[in-house]
Design a protein around this ligand. Structure first.
Ligand code: HEC
Ligand code: HEC
Length: 279
């Protein structure tokens, strides 16, 4: 009887060890430090609510776009009250925001380079430019906050590099050939911030190198490397029933993500290199 009790106790202990080891694996990322959530709540979150004098890109408050635009990675909770977010919502927002910072290299954080003017090293942002340069007070506030976090804690996985040759030989063709009955992407996306489909100049049918590079630069701004389903380029022209954006003032080129063309662009976004052999 005593032996049996011992075995039972031993088994129980073994199970406890196994369970706590499991829990150890599940929690490979430690819980955020309460002080970090608090500093986020007091210094960063209010910036997202701040009115900026308009409703257009560069003048609208961040929450105007970043609470409802589904599928964006930067998506804040809808504030519980006009004054702002509940403590629980702040915690959810914090989890999301820390995916947009890089504590190992603060200046490269997407949270900093999206609203920053491209002339000052910003990436370009559909929501517009909010910080003319890196001396901007708000930019500095965000940078200081990112630096206050543990340096090895919020570091994004490296992103795959996007292949220019693949883009030039396969993807750009997509904009040359509109679907039956649809107008060219170039009609609306030939130039400017959204100009990923410039019309080749001087009567040429193909783009020259400079034009292709420009298109590549615009297009890479509209994708999240490694992550097709959060890439705006793959969502805007995709039908909402197939997981696309609710709204696009242009055409829907793909009905579902199974469309071979969608799949091809997705493989480019994942960083595949096929050279110039298009599927
Ligand atoms: C007019 C709408 C609009 C406003 C206002 C706006 N954004 Fe955006 N933002 C977007 C859209 C659309 C995207 C996705 C396309 C892109 O990356 O440019 C985006 C992307 C981003 C990203 C990249 C997210 C990712 O997944 O990497 C960040 C960071 C960002 N915005 C920050 C801000 C901040 C900070 C503000 C306020 C100062 C702001 N945005 C205001 C529309 C907006
Ligand atoms: C009739 C004009 C029109 C056509 C044609 C059109 N679009 Fe658009 N597109 C727009 C407008 C306007 C916007 C900005 C408002 C919005 O997001 O719907 C936009 C936005 C976009 C965006 C997001 C840009 C950004 O800065 O965030 C993408 C990506 C896009 N379109 C892809 C395409 C593709 C691919 C095609 C061709 C298959 C296409 N569009 C055809 C008018 C058009």
């Amino acid at each position: 009887m005593k032996a049996y009790a011992n075995v039972t106790r031993w088994c129980f202990a073994a199970i406890l060890v196994a369970v706590s080891m499991d829990a150890g694996f599940a929690q490979s990322t430690p819980a955020p430090r309460p002080a970090d959530i608090e500093s986020y709540r007091t210094t960063i979150e209010p910036l997202f609510m701040r009115g900026r004098g308009g409703t257009m890109p560069g003048f609208a408050s961040c929450v105007m776009c970043h609470t409802w635009q589904t599928k964006l990675r930067f998506q804040l909770e809808t504030p519980a009250t006009p004054a702002g977010w509940s403590a629980e919502q702040t915690r959810t927002n914090f989890e999301m925001i820390t995916k947009l910072v890089n504590t190992a290299s603060p200046e490269t954080s997407r949270l900093l380079v999206k609203p920053l003017a491209p002339a000052a090293g910003g990436l370009g942002h559909t929501g517009g430019t909010f910080w003319p340069n890196r001396n901007d007070a708000e930019y500095q506030t965000v940078l200081k906050w990112i630096r206050s976090l543990p340096a090895d804690r919020y570091v994004p996985a490296p992103e795959p590099a996007l292949d220019f040759t693949f883009f030039r030989s396969c993807i750009q063709k997509v904009f040359q050939n509109p679907k039956e009955g649809q107008i060219h992407c170039s009609n609306c996306h030939g130039a400017g911030q959204m100009g990923f489909a410039p019309v080749p100049a001087a009567g040429r049918k193909e783009w020259d190198d400079a034009e292709a590079r420009r298109a590549f630069a615009v297009m890479t701004r509209l994708v999240v490397p490694g992550n097709p389903v959060q890439s705006r380029f793959l969502l805007k022209p995709l039908h909402p029933d197939g997981g696309g954006s609710y709204a696009h003032n242009g055409v829907r080129r793909w009905q579902t993500q199974k469309d071979p063309e969608w799949q091809m662009i997705a493989s480019w976004v994942r960083g595949e290199k096929t050279g110039n052999s298009c599927s």
